[in-house]
Write a protein that binds this ligand. Structure first.
Ligand code: GDP
Length: 301
């Protein structure tokens, strides 16, 4: 229910346009394909993925000798479904059942990293797990306080150093604290400044090494947080971070704030990474698993 509500902006623009196109036309011609391209690109499906979809649609139309535009809608839905299919099998978070699970969050400032950590802490806590947060963004003014605010709100401990401290040392302390408190989950915030990219990437690699050294199998997830409202920029960010750390999945935030939910298709298709969670609002329980069946329903109902 919440998932569908969060997609209402996307749904209201996309559904209308697609219905007009497939149900309001008498024949399948160049015009129709061009308009479809515009709709898809306008919904942030991305040029590359759009072209691929339209090419495949053309091929199917030719092969099956389809004449009625209304038949294109289920076909397109099926093709998008195939592009998203990888998600379903891979979108469960990798949880270490025999000890501490360490999850690193990476992404540029403002995408919703801190908020996502707060939401996820809330979820794990309500499942009865013991959660600790590590304030690994020691660079951005206010980042530590913001994480503490979330810690208080959901009732979990936050391990921090002073502003400007070595983030890898914060994560090290976070791990020791989580171990001695017998915590199940450690959620690690990291910096997202892009002014000094080389430095940031070295910092992330160091954090990664510390986690690897201190806990077998860690980090169990490296989640890149991407803001759905930034469109194709999100793809570029994912590629940049992917060069420094081994990203295991995507959290796509602010899906409630965009009419261009097609970005999900571009992201999962072009990056080959599963969308593990989506943010659908600012409150503690506005975080959900990505559900591709519901997503398709929102696009083609
Ligand atoms: P950070 O710099 O990456 O840690 O970003 P923040 O967590 O501070 O989030 C930036 C802003 O985005 C805040 O105002 C959040 O409330 C807002 N935000 C985060 N996630 C979502 C979401 O899923 N939906 C909406 N509507 N707002 C969000």
């Amino acid at each position: 229910q919440k998932f569908m509500a969060g997609l209402s902006k996307t749904s209201s623009t996309f559904v209308g346009a697609v219905n007009d196109l497939f149900k309001g036309r008498s024949k399948i011609d160049e015009d129709l394909y061009e308009e479809l391209e515009e709709i898809l690109i306008g919904a942030d499906v991305g040029v590359k993925t759009t072209m691929e979809l339209v090419e495949r649609l053309r091929a199917e139309v030719k092969e099956r000798k389809i004449k009625d535009p209304a038949e294109l809608q289920p076909l397109l839905s099926e093709m998008i479904g195939e592009m998203l299919a990888g998600n379903e099998e891979r979108n469960k978070l990798n949880i270490n059942e025999d000890g501490l699970t360490v999850i690193l969050f990476v992404g540029v400032n403002g995408v919703g990293k801190t908020t996502t950590i707060g939401k996820l802490a809330h979820r794990f806590k309500s499942e009865g797990k013991k959660v600790v947060l590590a304030a690994g963004d020691t660079f951005r003014a206010g980042a530590i306080e913001q994480l503490e605010t979330w810690g208080k709100r959901v009732g979990v401990d936050v391990i921090k150093h002073q502003a400007g401290a070595d983030p890898a040392a914060v994560i090290y302390d976070g791990i020791q604290a989580a171990k001695s408190r017998k915590a199940d989950i450690l959620l690690c915030d990291t910096a997202g400044r892009l002014q000094n990219k080389v430095n940031l990437m070295e910092e992330l690699k160091k954090i990664h090494r510390v986690a690897q050294r201190e806990v077998p199998g860690a980090p169990h997830e490296v989640l890149i947080v991407l803001d759905a409202t930034t469109g194709q920029n999100a793809l570029v960010q994912a590629q940049q971070f992917g060069e420094a750390v081994n990203v295991s999945g995507i959290v796509l935030t602010k899906l409630d704030g965009t009419a261009k939910g097609g970005i999900v298709i571009a992201i999962s298709h072009e990056l080959g990474l599963p969308v593990k969670l989506v943010g659908l609002g600012e409150k503690a329980d506005d975080l959900q698993e990505f559900d591709s069946a519901q997503f398709l329903h929102a696009l083609f109902k």
